[in-house]
Design a protein around this ligand. Sequence first.
Ligand code: GLA
Length: 384
Amino acid sequence: MSAVDLFTTTYSRSPEGSYSAPGRVNLIGEHTDYSGGLVLPFAIDARATLAVARNDDNVIRVVSAQRPGPVQTFSTQEIHPGSAAAQTWAGYLLGSVWALRRAGHAIGGLDLALDSQVPSGAGLSSSAAVESVTTLAAGAVHGIHLTPMEVARFSLQAENEFVGVPCGPMDQTASAAATAGAVLLFDTRAGTVENIPFDPAAHGLSLLVIDTRVAHSLADGEYARRRASCEKAVDIIGVTSLREITVEELPVALDRLGDEILTRRVRHVATENQRVTDTVDLLRSGTIGPIGELLTESHRSLQYDYEVSCPELDLAVDTCLAAGAIGARMTGGGFGGSVIALIPSPLVGQVARSVMAAFETHGFAEPVPRLVNPSDGAHKVNHE
Ligand code: GLA
């Protein structure tokens, strides 16, 4: 059911408006966003839509098309991190309201109806989509104009501080600030974004995302451990962030580390930042093909140096490449989730079939392939 229909059925009135925000895929620049690095995500056409109206009861009411059940009601005074609700699906919506209110924005009662078409657990940032759409919608109906970067910031606070997941700023920023037909170059050290036109179709190429169906969880500790390793390396090398270490300076920095595992982690971050720069240079010069090789190098670095891949992701990447993809890599946090592959358009069917067959042979769950296109970030939905 659409968000507007769900709203009308649930609350017996019309919403004041409806808003929509996308999930994201990261083209390249993985596990660099919490080290001041460069990332290059884009919004996908799977979106979360939220119908919203203010109420005079000082409560937040939420319903979701994906979680049938009675309306859940929360007093605006009682929304706080650590509450039981923060650990449920409603936490993403409540967290955004909490972050806005904490910043002094006068957000009152709200009736909300959510319809999210972003698959959860697929590494496509379904949570960031819900946070961005809630931040945007809650602000808008209270007459608060938020820039895309402000939407991203409050949404990130919801995720980090309310839900309690220690992620970096990439996903919320992509969901809030991306534009159609472009990848978003996000310099996480400078806090700046730039949309770089990206039109694979014009080059006869398609972007296929393959959900391995291995549920990834950022909360399981490995993600936090990678972050901690980067912070430890920063201390030992004596820099402010790993972003300062360019590939030219890498040998000297690694000498100073004197630790095998930290060496590999830092090598990933420095080379990955360079791969983002190289990808952007290629896009700016109107070339797309050679990006394929950079995507595959990124995967190998995540697989062997950063060690955040898993057998299903590796099999999907290797099979895509063997079946004709010009590049493929895991995308997102890793340990499951999705792979992105850049494929000559006539070969898409063949690549997808090969991956399905390989997964069956290995006894893995049936993967879900989807074609994706760089889409718009969060915005108001205009109804006819
Ligand atoms: C997850 C996090 C992001 C980012 C990626 C890895 O998606 O939410 O902040 O760290 O992992 O690039």
